[in-house]
Design a binder for this molecule. Structure first.
Ligand SMILES: NC(=O)c1ccc[n+]([C@@H]2O[C@H](COP(=O)([O-])OP(=O)(O)OC[C@H]3O[C@@H](n4cnc5c(N)ncnc54)[C@H](O)[C@@H]3O)[C@@H](O)[C@H]2O)c1
Length: 367
């Protein structure tokens, strides 16, 4: 039986979007690849990467009936409104993180996923990093015993990034730090207490009204005894760049605290003081066996950009559409991750007050 292919448009080809074009080109479930960027030179760069056509903007992409899937790699504050437009145009939508910067946009994306029957997927790389997939397997094998604590982090100096990043609320870009924990624990955050740390000069607060370069939050989780602590820095915290997590259980600790070093595993045994001698530091196993041969390539995932996550994200997006099921990071999961950060920033702005996080399932299931 012939496999039906979907035609994909990648919108926004500046730093991040271009990486996806060759992956779509090689994926057996993809037909035509179209690219779009407001900057014609950037759009043309997509042709060199394997796209067959370039369109001038998202509006032209939405007006093209031959395009089935739109992958947004536009600036973060545009994602919410653009995803709504894509779904309303009757197309499947993939979006770079975060899903939105506004709670109401998250509710609307959840509603549209339900009412249109189209797929939505937030392309959260951290959920598919090889350490995340290793921990998923360790949990399934019972290696941790009862889980007890989690910690997520994203430390990145954005000072030289495009101007719209200046003063961006740190936890409005929380998803790399919280996404692995919420998916591994298979739950959502219900409430948050968050503090801002450090102080931006007034000149950097004008665009977003945010005074904090760093935010650190503690979340309660639904149906879980585990608390998670999640921190994000955008500037004024010199250290190695890092996106990752640590997870602890009665029998095992797993820490991944620096992109520059392999994760470390700490097995627990009664009466044994854990020292470096007992720790097990090595790269997470290669995850390419989970991918179709056409996109696997020759490079192990611990040597690939983003630990091979872009390959997994494309494969999950295209497979979910082909199989007529929701994607793993569908609108509800995306809203859970993104909304937790919006609530955390609100808590920081209120001096650390407890802020409840909405249950986005209520958008389609009010009872
Ligand atoms: N690990 C990750 O998941 C990861 C890593 C890097 C960036 N990102 C996300 O990816 C997105 C893109 O990042 P970037 O650094 O390339 O951003 P960028 O701001 O440098 O580029 C965005 C591009 O979108 C284009 N654009 C804006 N509006 C458009 C429209 N209406 N039609 C067509 N093109 C339009 C712009 O011309 C620009 O070239 C951001 O949201 C960022 O947060 C995610």
């Amino acid at each position: 039986m012939a496999v039906s292919k979907v035609n994909v448009a990648v919108v926004g080809l500046s730093h991040f979007g271009g990486m996806f074009v060759p992956i779509y080109r090689n994926h057996p479930g993809v037909g035509e690849i179209v690219v779009s960027d407001l900057d014609a030179d950037l759009a043309a760069s997509g042709i060199a990467l394997g796209a067959s056509r370039a369109l001038p903007d998202l509006g032209a992409v939405l007006a093209d009936d031959s395009i089935d899937v739109v992958h947004l790699c536009t600036p973060p504050f545009m994602h919410g409104e653009m995803a709504i437009q894509v779904l309303e145009a009757g197309k499947h939508c993939a979006s770079a993180v975060p899903a939105a910067v506004d709670m109401e946009h998250l509710f609307e994306i959840v509603r549209l996923q339900e009412s249109t029957g189209k797929n939505y997927m937030m392309m959260e790389t951290a959920v598919y990093y090889s350490p995340t997939l290793e921990v998923r397997d360790l949990i399934a094998q019972g290696a941790f015993g009862e889980l007890t604590f989690g910690r997520g982090a994203h430390f990145q100096d954005m000072t030289d990034a495009p101007a719209y990043w200046q003063g961006f609320p740190p936890h409005h870009y929380i998803t790399h730090a919280i996404g692995p924990l919420l998916t591994l624990l298979d739950t959502r955050a219900t409430s948050v207490r968050c503090l801002g740390s450090g102080r931006l000069p007034e000149s950097e607060q004008t665009r977003w009204g945010n005074p904090f370069p760093i935010e650190t939050a503690i979340f309660e989780l639904e149906g879980s005894d585990v608390a998670i602590e999640v921190s994000r820095s955008m500037s004024r915290m010199p250290r190695l760049f890092h996106e990752g997590f640590s997870l602890y259980g009665e029998k095992l600790g797993y820490e991944w605290t620096s992109w520059g070093e392999a994760p470390v595993r700490y097995p627990w045994a009664p009466g044994v003081l854990i020292t470096h001698a007992e720790s097990d530091r090595r790269p997470a196993p290669d995850t390419r066996h989970l991918l179709p041969p056409e996109i696997r390539g020759d490079v192990p995932t611990d040597k690939l950009p983003y630990w091979g996550a872009p390959l997994h994200l494309v494969h999950e997006l295209i497979s979910s559409i082909a199989e007529g099921r929701r994607s793993f990071i569908d609108a509800v999961r995306a809203a859970d991750m993104t909304g937790a950060g919006i609530a955390a920033h609100a808590s920081a702005m209120a001096g650390g007050a407890v802020v409840e996080i909405p249950d986005f399932r209520a958008a389609v299931n009010p009872g």
